[in-house]
Design a protein around this ligand. Structure first.
Ligand code: 3PG
Length: 391
């Protein structure tokens, strides 16, 4: 099919910005390749159309102008080659020109090593724009960054559009948040309210149930007047948590506060786990998971939901004694007929642990980008494409 729906890409120079920022071990082996696999459809589409294909991504956060071997996309070129079933040459120092023939694909070395990339320097942006006939932005995971290869090139390329992955991510998020089948339930969990306060406030104006977990739930328990002992919480954000509860109440929606919890005296895998009523937490207790009664109630709500947004495990699921809450939530999402969308590193780890990949409606490749969308922010890299499309 045609990229950017502007006629054939045959013989055209297509520049694809992907997010191939994948984790590696010390030996440089890719430990999790979801993003590489997710980049394949756009590349195959361009190759099939007979385009000369250039692909780039950042890897990590290198110092501009100082390329080190650990910054190299070489392991990604190898993996991409395996997935595409063809050799993917890696090209260094490519800003001033790239040699690539129609029907070929090359991977352009870590774009964040180029001077001016991060601040979207205009001179660099013009050069990037001149490298191609068509720019395809397919890096959802980096679309919250206005950098040279995500924003600048989109300003100057003759044609610029979203690739299939970016489009799918935006579609899934729009389906979940802008036009959801109700009830819409969101699970926002994780250790800190502070990192997710904007998300909580933004979702409080939209969702029917705002399920909190982890350290975030502890702060909400404080807001509800409960003792949480020595659990992780942010005492200075209790008023903010109250404000979120009030927004929800005013809309006739709710933030379910745990009625039981799993506690321990120490934070350790072998700590003794004790289930307690939420009103019985002692001063030396640490809450490490929601209790079975709470988990069952939440699971029942999730099964009734029309749409579910999931970010964050509700307990310390890495420890077997404190995984039940997260496991119950994961299975409830899997069994629910709701459209579900999940994102964030810990959430993806939980999805993998409980083997529910196939039952989640959409798993986002975005980390920070996914969170910014939940915050209700406009993604700059998407915004420029919209502007270009409007002419
Ligand atoms: C990510 O891993 O979330 C993206 O690749 C963005 O990376 P960054 O936070 O370094 O911009």
């Amino acid at each position: 099919s045609d990229l950017c729906a502007n006629g054939s890409a045959k013989g055209k120079r297509v520049f694809i910005r992907a997010d191939l920022n994948v984790p590696q071990d010390d030996a440089g082996n890719i430990t999790e390749d979801t993003r590489v696999r997710a980049s394949v459809p756009a590349i195959e589409m361009a190759l099939k159309a007979g385009a000369a294909v250039m692909v780039t991504s950042h890897l990590g956060r290198p110092t501009e102008g100082e390329f080190k071997s650990a910054d190299s996309l070489a392991p990604v070129a190898k993996r991409l080659g395996e997935l595409l079933g063809r050799d993917v040459p890696l090209v260094a120092n490519w800003v001033d020109g790239v040699t690539v023939e129609p029907g070929q694909v090359v991977l352009l070395e870590n774009c964040r090593v180029n001077k001016g990339e991060k601040k979207n320097n205009d001179e660099l942006a013009r050069k990037l724009g001149a490298l191609c006939d068509i720019f395809v932005h397919d890096a959802f995971g980096t679309s919250h960054r206005a950098e040279g290869t995500t924003y600048g090139i989109a300003q100057y390329a003759p044609v610029a559009c979203a690739g299939p992955l970016l489009a799918a991510e935006i579609d899934a998020i729009t389906k979940a948040l802008a036009n959801p089948k109700r009830p819409l339930a969101a699970i926002v969990a994780g250790s800190k309210v502070s990192t997710k306060l904007t998300i909580l406030k933004s979702l409080a104006n939209n969702v029917d149930q705002l399920i909190v977990g982890g350290g975030i739930a502890n702060t909400f328990m404080l807001a509800a007047g409960l003792n949480i002992g020595k659990s992780l919480a942010e005492h200075d954000l209790v008023d903010e948590a109250k404000a979120v509860i009030d927004i929800m109440k005013a809309r006739g929606a709710e933030v379910p506060i745990p009625t039981d919890v799993v506690t321990a005296k120490t934070f350790a895998a072998d700590a003794v786990a004790t289930v307690k009523k939420a009103t019985d937490v002692a001063d030396d207790d640490m809450i490490l998971d929601i209790g079975p009664e709470t988990a069952a109630k939440l699971a029942a709500q999730l099964k009734q939901a029309g749409t579910i947004v999931w970010n964050g495990p509700v307990g310390v699921f890495e420890f077997a004694a404190f995984e039940n809450g997260t496991k119950t939530i994961a299975h409830a999402i899997a069994e629910s007929s709701a459209f579900s969308i999940a994102g964030g590193g810990d959430t993806l780890a939980a999805i993998a642990k409980y083997g529910i990949e196939k039952q989640v409606g959409y798993i986002s490749t975005g980390g920070g980008a996914f969170l910014e969308v939940l915050e209700g922010k406009t993604l700059p890299a998407f915004e420029i494409l919209t502007k270009r499309a409007a002419g």
